[in-house]
Design a protein around this ligand. Structure first.
Ligand code: HEC
Ligand code: HEC
Ligand code: HEC
Ligand code: HEC
Ligand code: HEC
Length: 448
């Protein structure tokens, strides 16, 4: 009898294993489903009103329709695949994360956003709440296993709904769920997105603080109109498109080495940057697009302003972390059909400012923002979670600086998309607006 039970158990496990294997993930899932298998977010809205409204303001509800996504997908990625058919599969893969329903339904490339197809649902309720698991380690490149149907998976056991069944899955409390789309390896084998892996290496993984604690904070409320009041995961997902999330992400302090300086002497200013808020590197995610830079100025007693360039540290690849008027992004010429394209300005921020970034390089060694065309990565000069970096500014007081107080200002700025690229591609201005992260000031007294 015991043996029989044991054999039955083994067979059951084997069957469960085979069944989970039968559900495709990643590229194999393309075209494996039908749109009709997934319900629309407006259906969920009838009971999950608050969560629905929160989600409509999060970027994941616009992952396919957002203007910059449409421009990069159609004007660069699709246009590139038309010229280089070998990358077709990779470009279809954009939809595995940005328009998962279209990808799963095999509707790729999907109709443009203005056609109002179901691709527009982007990363919808059903996309996440149908995820049953993921295949492979680490989670990356849409290797989630989508199992649409009556059962909605979640993080609370034993919930009853008149519309659907619910099932608790540990995955909904874990960062791996997010990692299936927030880690990405491109066809050259380069990690072009690694937010979940950065988290895993950092202090928050050790302390058991998953993505959800910072991006889906819990508050007292109702998760459905007919549910009782309790702590509910708010579907806020604010990130780089939210000025408040960026504000004070990094804390700044600055001081001079000497408070009193003689006319014409040299002053050294130190700035400490402490990455206090992010659970991953800063910037993270679309690192090829993002730019974070520190702008330092001095104002003398006569009110004249001077711009201070950062002191070089001398590490390999540092030239990419100090703003210059170099040209880059030449590979945009391929999809744009511009032979021998000279490129556009690499940085578009004041020359000499420190940039916290990791450059992406195309096969020719030029900096690129086409992540699928990235063959190597440069120096990683971003801020790791809870890391503190120090920048110094050595400044010989110019002759015209009179005796009196000189005040210094350090301003840390963020831009979602490098401005010269945004201007070249006609991306609406909000994507390249300058978002202040933090500010510090200090002073010296200049005497005769
Ligand atoms: C007719 C009302 C209704 C509709 C429509 C509805 N739900 Fe629910 N849902 C509920 C109720 C009630 C609960 C349980 C709430 C509780 O007791 O906390 C629930 C719970 C859930 C949970 C939590 C599961 C868990 O175990 O943590 C998820 C996820 C969920 N619903 C997703 C969806 C999605 C996705 C849709 C749209 C496809 C949807 N629901 C449509 C009423 C509804
Ligand atoms: C990016 C993935 C993702 C999307 C998109 C998403 N959810 Fe969730 N949802 C989660 C996760 C993860 C949890 C559990 C979070 C936790 O408990 O920390 C959750 C929790 C829930 C819960 C239970 C909340 C609670 O704490 O009682 C409901 C209900 C729910 N989601 C419904 C929806 C609906 C409706 C939509 C669309 C309007 C939606 N979700 C979109 C990932 C997602
Ligand atoms: C099915 C793929 C998918 C899954 C799963 C997923 N995301 Fe996303 N997420 C995306 C895409 C695509 C975007 C980019 C939206 C856009 O185009 O701007 C995004 C954007 C975001 C943003 C906003 C970034 C910004 O620029 O403002 C946050 C925050 C975020 N996701 C957090 C999460 C968290 C936390 C989880 C896990 C609970 C998760 N995501 C799971 C695909 C996914
Ligand atoms: C300790 C809090 C914390 C944790 C944990 C955390 N984040 Fe964040 N996240 C932030 C803050 C603060 C920002 C805004 C600053 C920035 O862009 O890094 C942010 C930004 C983001 C962005 C936008 C980046 C961009 O450039 O558009 C994404 C996407 C994101 N987080 C995803 C995740 C994912 C996925 C996880 C889990 C693997 C996670 N976060 C864990 C605090 C956190
Ligand atoms: C593995 C999942 C995944 C794949 C594949 C993927 N993306 Fe993304 N994409 C994301 C996530 C997640 C973000 C958000 C990261 C962040 O906030 O920094 C994002 C951000 C973006 C952004 C910036 C959005 C913004 O508003 O700032 C653009 C544009 C974009 N992706 C286009 C593409 C294109 C084009 C492709 C195909 C060549 C592609 N993506 C492939 C997951 C993916």
């Amino acid at each position: 009898m015991r043996h029989f039970l044991l054999i039955a158990l083994v067979l059951l496990c084997a069957a469960a294993y085979l069944w989970s294997q039968a559900l495709p993930s990643g590229d194999a899932a393309k075209g494996s489903k039908k749109y009709d298998q997934y319900e629309k977010p407006t259906v969920c809205k009838s009971c999950h009103l608050d969560i629905y409204q929160q989600w409509t303001q999060a970027m994941m509800s616009q992952a396919y329709t957002h203007h910059w996504d449409e421009i990069e997908y159609f004007d660069l990625a699709e246009a590139h695949a038309e010229k280089v058919p070998a990358i077709r599969g990779v470009i279809d893969g954009c939809n595995g994360c940005h328009a998962p329903l279209a990808f799963l339904a095999g509707d790729v490339p999907p109709p443009r956003p203005d056609k109002n197809s179901r691709a527009n649902e982007s990363v919808s309720c059903e996309v996440c709440h149908s995820i049953k698991g993921y295949a492979g380690d680490p989670p990356n490149d849409y290797n989630y296993i989508s199992a649409p149907g009556r059962t909605k998976y979640g993080a609370k056991p034993g919930l009853k709904s008149p519309h659907h069944d619910t099932e608790y899955l540990n995955l909904f409390t874990q960062t791996e769920l997010c990692g299936t789309c927030h880690n990405e390896k491109n066809p050259f084998g380069i990690w072009v997105k690694s937010t979940q892996m950065e988290w895993k290496e950092g202090p928050y993984a050790k302390e058991g603080v998953p993505c959800m604690q910072c991006h889906m904070p819990k508050a007292l409320g109702k998760n459905a109109t007919m549910a009782k009041e309790e702590m509910v995961a708010q579907h806020l997902f604010h990130g780089a498109h939210d000025a408040g999330k960026l504000a004070s992400a990094v804390e700044l302090r600055m001081h001079p080495e000497e408070r009193e300086v003689k006319l014409g002497e040299t002053v050294i200013i130190k700035v400490q940057l402490f990455s206090a808020k992010p659970g991953h590197k800063f910037p993270t995610g679309s690192v090829e697009d993002r730019i974070v830079w520190l702008h330092v100025t001095a104002t003398d007693a006569a009110g004249k302003e001077y711009h201070l360039p950062v002191d070089k540290k001398g590490f390999a690849g540092e030239e990419y972390t100090v703003a210059s008027d170099a040209l880059a992004y030449q590979d945009m010429g391929i999809p744009k059909g511009i032979p021998n394209f000279a490129g556009v300005q690499r940085d578009g921020v004041p020359i000499g400012d420190r940039i916290f970034r990791m450059p992406y390089f195309d096969p020719d060694g030029n900096m690129t923002m086409m992540q699928w065309n990235t063959k190597s990565l440069g120096v990683d000069y971003r801020l790791a979670p809870r890391e503190t970096k120090i920048e110094s500014y050595t400044w010989q007081l110019p002759d015209e600086v009179p005796a009196g107080k000189v005040t210094f200002k350090a301003q840390l700025n963020y831009q979602r998309l490098v401005k010269p690229v945004a201007d070249f591609l006609g991306v609406p201005a909000d994507e390249s607006e300058i978002v202040p992260v933090n500010l510090a000031t200090t002073w010296i007294e200049v005497y005769e």
